[in-house]
Design a protein around this ligand. Structure first.
Ligand SMILES: C[S@@+](CC[C@H](N)C(=O)[O-])C[C@H]1O[C@@H](n2cnc3c(N)ncnc32)[C@H](O)[C@@H]1O
Length: 327
């Protein structure tokens, strides 16, 4: 996946003239903090260099993860055509960019971001996208009064920055503010999966129907040390490679998400929850299934259409072997 060209160009412009050594060091510190999920009272994006490093190194990855999550929603709900977005914990507006790219109907975004530095950078990028954007400095843990419902509500890579109690309250409030679909995305780590599982349970309890990735609303069948996650491949620009001190022109962002709707749940047969293993005449898919179980399924050439579909299937895709799913 590539970033939309206007976004890529706007990021390059924002990084122009900034010391590459300072940015590389800031990118390394940022990566260490995110990896260790540091919560020491100091924001990760505490200064201009950290925020610029986010644009250069993290935004492409979070964009890819959010965009993939949106693709799964669009595939499951082809009639969903959001016009309004609430981007909670917007950072530089990553999820709003992805929403606008996924659904050309999106025309209006409310972006809530308490950090002035990253908000300022987001405001500089935003004119490049055809979107009426309103930014708010509200604290997500303050109950979000005076906000009206939006068609699409997003919370991307934010839960890990909040206390467990604040996460629960925020998920409940975001669901109240969701007119159409709520999408929550987290890093694809075991801890990120646990946070998504908790949000998923609260949403189900509140009467939400799951759009993706789960093909059922039963208890997640995966058991630690296994965990549910997906991967989105994103192209690295030259700047991105320099800041990461990496030669490979792409990276795989591991992520996990949950999407919930107020509409009846769309029927999903099974979802591929690991990279498929392909051999001549056989494909093995690890599937999460509508009956609430997860299992490996060997699909052989003898199964005709199912085999053709299995051969095309990728990690994160829906796999429908033709059987009618129960929900
Ligand atoms: C990792 S960034 C993710 C940004 C963006 N959603 C993305 O996917 O690229 C998390 C953002 O949430 C914001 N944030 C964290 N806690 C917040 C709070 N209590 N109120 C408002 N924003 C918050 C941070 O300032 C940061 O910009």
């Amino acid at each position: 996946m590539q970033l939309p060209p206007p976004l890529r160009a706007a990021i390059d412009r924002a990084l122009e003239g900034v010391s590459s050594a300072e940015l590389t060091s800031a990118a390394q510190k940022l990566s260490d903090r995110y990896r260790a999920e540091v919560r020491d009272g100091t924001p990760h994006l505490a200064n201009q260099h950290a925020a610029l490093a986010y644009l250069g190194t993290r935004l492409p990855a979070t964009y890819a993860a959010v965009r993939r999550s949106f693709e799964a929603v669009a595939a499951a709900c082809p009639g969903f055509a959001p016009t309004t977005v609430f981007d909670a914990g917007a950072g530089p507006g990553t999820a709003s960019w992805a929403a606008s790219d996924c659904w050309p109907t999106v025309s209006d975004a409310l972006l809530v971001e308490s950090n002035a530095t990253i908000r300022g950078l987001g405001e500089r990028l935003m004119p490049e996208v055809a979107l009426r954007a309103a930014w708010s400095r509200a604290d997500l843990t303050g109950g979000l009064p005076d906000i009206t419902k939006r068609d699409l509500v997003t919370l991307a890579y934010v839960l890990d920055e909040l206390s467990p109690a604040a996460r629960d309250t925020l998920v409940d409030r975001l669901w109240e503010l969701t007119a159409g679909v709520l999408v929550i995305v987290e890093p694809g780590t075991p801890a990120g999966w646990q946070r998504i599982l908790r949000a998923r349970a609260r949403l189900i309890e509140a009467g939400a129907a799951l759009v993706a990735p789960c093909p059922h609303a039963q208890t997640c069948p995966l058991v630690e040390p296994d965990w549910c996650h997906f991967a989105a491949r994103v192209a690295r620009s030259r700047t991105h490679r320099t800041l990461k001190q990496a030669d490979v022109p792409w990276e795989d962002e591991k992520f996990i998400y949950v999407a919930a709707t107020r509409e009846p749940a769309p029927a999903t047969a099974s979802r591929v929850i690991a990279p498929p293993h392909r051999n001549t005449g056989r494909v093995t898919l690890k599937l999460c299934q509508s009956d609430g179980t997860a299992q490996s399924r060997l699909v052989t050439r003898r199964e005709g259409d199912a085999f053709k579909q299995a051969r095309r299937s990728d990690w994160g895709d829906v796999f429908d072997s033709g059987e009618t799913p129960d929900r």
